[in-house]
Design a binder for this molecule. Structure first.
Ligand code: UAG
Ligand code: ATP
Length: 489
């Protein structure tokens, strides 16, 4: 792209030096700079990208976007702007030619359920024979190939690049998990969503947002960012059972599609029944009431499929076709996913790491527990993140007969500090604190008797554990099965 054309999108800037004619790439990491690219210096939480500008020049960058004039070796153009992070969003969208305008963009936000709902929508699209891309906690799924990503919602450069790739590969739609960090840090600048979905808002991330009020308002940005162009066929899907939905409904002029179990909603589930590894309910819709029988477990998954139903209905798909797809859905990876084994116990892998998700995960397993059997719940939390949620997480976990308090990704925090904070919320004494997660998993199996249920919460689909800043291979399922084989032979 012509450098002049790309930079013409910046209304407020000072150019020092001679701009090159062409720019072939944009980079924010000096380690991935290609020749003839534009490097944007981002002030991070850990380091300042301005300190890497010379490395970027050495690697072939020909334009540096910066917040101050830098002393650099070589003839290099510098574009001085007030805020490089905001500028990145503008330049990335322009560089990739605003790709989100050309495909159906579905954004899913909320404390819990983003991965589940977006995965369900993506799978239904695939089931309907459509090409769809998916980005979120599990990575970037493009036509069945999974690319790793560091974040649930990636920085604006990566985001625009993913949408561009989805468009180039012929996807009709892209489903994105939209995190509150992503919204607060402007990672979604220039993304033109067609459908915005809200799952729920409960305690999490208060280390970053400070208060629930700030956290909730940040999520609201997704709905207000849909814009005001009423000629566009945009839709908003809201959880009628969550009080924040009323607030979000007021932030957008577009049609609102509600779903839920309790309050009045356009899509409502009644007569819910959990039996034999299946979830059954009647779905009330604008077209009448339809029975649904699906493999996804638990009430929380009823919410998740109702949200997906509202998305497809809003976009004109017949209800019968949507329900047919829901009935064929496989479990979402690592979300109350039953582990296949010959062991005489039932093992579930789950990603709950908030108080609300823990309550929902336990509720999902309860219908399968016989009175004479135990529910064993292993729960951990990450180090160096929101500590205020820890006691409430353990309080919710106390519903289980036996609880093991451990760590998810301890990072630089001591094991005992994490399990000690959790233990403050325990409501009974049937628990153990075991910071080493592998040992904690083996302990869970050691206390199980035939017929018991174990839920391993907090790591879900992840196959690693981050201790200090190193990723070690770790799989709750594998460790549990090995321990189970030894115990139950
Ligand atoms: C706190 C936070 O949000 N950090 C994000 C941030 O990292 P950072 O600010 O530390 O980056 P940095 O290392 O200081 O680097 C600053 C700049 O220098 C550049 N650099 C750095 C080193 C070098 O050699 N050369 C160089 O050019 C970097 O590329 C970057 O442009 O920018 C990175 C790149 O975009 C993100 O991957 C990283 O997310 C980290 C991994 C993270 O854990 N974030 C969490 C808090 C987060 O965002 N979570 C949400 C919610 C998830 C949920 O709901 O569960 C998410 O969306 O993921
Ligand atoms: N609609 C829901 N309401 C409450 N809890 C849910 C819901 N859907 C899933 N959960 C619970 O939350 C856990 C995380 O689900 P999921 O990964 O879909 O959420 P998420 O919003 O993507 O979370 P994260 O941002 O941390 O990745 C699940 O393992 C399950 O225990």
């Amino acid at each position: 792209m012509y450098a002049e054309e790309l930079l013409s999108t910046l209304m407020q800037k000072k150019v020092v030096g001679q701009l090159p004619k062409l720019i072939t790439d944009i980079a924010i990491d000096s380690r991935s700079v290609q020749p003839n690219s534009l490097f944007i210096c981002i002030k991070g939480f850990t380091v300042d990208g301005h300190d890497y500008a010379q490395k970027a020049v050495d690697a072939g960058a020909t334009v540096i976007v910066t917040e101050r004039l830098l002393q650099l070796d070589g003839e290099i153009a510098q574009v001085i702007v007030k805020n490089t992070t905001r500028t990145l969003g503008i330049l990335a969208a322009k560089f990739f030619d605003y790709p989100s305008k050309d495909i159906m963009m579905i954004g899913v936000t909320g404390t819990n359920g983003k991965t589940s709902v977006s995965g369900i929508i993506h799978n239904i699209l695939i089931g309907l024979g459509e090409k769809s891309a998916l980005s979120g906690t599990i990575g970037f799924n493009l036509n069945g190939v999974l690319y790793e990503s560091a974040n649930t919602t990636s920085d604006s450069l990566n985001t625009q690049q993913m949408i561009f790739r989805a468009k180039s590969e012929g996807c009709r739609a892209m489903v994105m998990e939209v995190s509150s960090h992503g919204l607060a840090l402007g990672r979604l600048a220039g993304v033109d969503y067609d459908v915005a979905v809200f799952t729920n808002l409960t305690h999490d991330h208060l280390d970053f947002h400070g208060t629930m009020e700030n956290y909730g308002n940040t999520k609201g940005l997704l709905f207000s960012q849909l814009g005001q162009d009423l000629e566009k066929n945009k839709h908003v899907v809201l959880n009628a059972d969550d009080p924040w939905s009323e607030r979000y409904a007021g932030m957008t002029p577009y049609p609102i599609w509600t779903y839920g179990l309790h309050n009045n909603a356009i899509f409502r589930a009644v007569n819910c029944n959990y039996d034999n590894g299946m979830t059954q309910f009647d779905m009330e819709t604008p077209e009448g009431t339809f029975p649904v029988s699906m493999h996804l477990l638990g009430e929380f998954n009823i919410y998740n499929v109702l949200a997906a139903t509202a998305v497809f209905y809003a976009r004109g798909f017949p209800i019968e076709v949507i329900i047919e797809q829901i009935e064929m859905l496989p479990p979402v990876k690592g979300r109350m996913e039953k582990v296949d084994s010959d062991l005489p116990i039932q093992i579930f892998i789950d990603y709950a790491h908030t108080p609300d998700a823990i309550e929902k995960a336990i509720n999902a397993a309860m219908p399968y527990k016989k009175p004479e059997n135990k529910l064993i719940f292993l729960v951990g939390t990450g180090g160096g993140r929101d500590k205020t949620k820890r006691p409430t997480m353990a309080e919710k976990a106390s519903v289980a007969d036996y609880v093991i308090l451990t760590t998810d990704d301890p990072r630089f925090e001591e094991f005992d500090s994490i399990t000690g904070d959790l233990a403050k919320g325990m409501k009974h004494k049937n628990y153990a604190c075991i910071g080493d997660r592998a040992e904690a998993v083996r302990h869970a199996v050691s206390v199980a008797n035939p017929g018991d249920i174990i839920i391993f919460a907090g790591k879900g689909h992840e196959d690693y554990q981050i201790i200090e800043n190193t990723k070690y291979p770790h799989s709750d399922a594998k460790i549990a099965i090995e321990a189970g084989k030894l115990k139950f032979v």
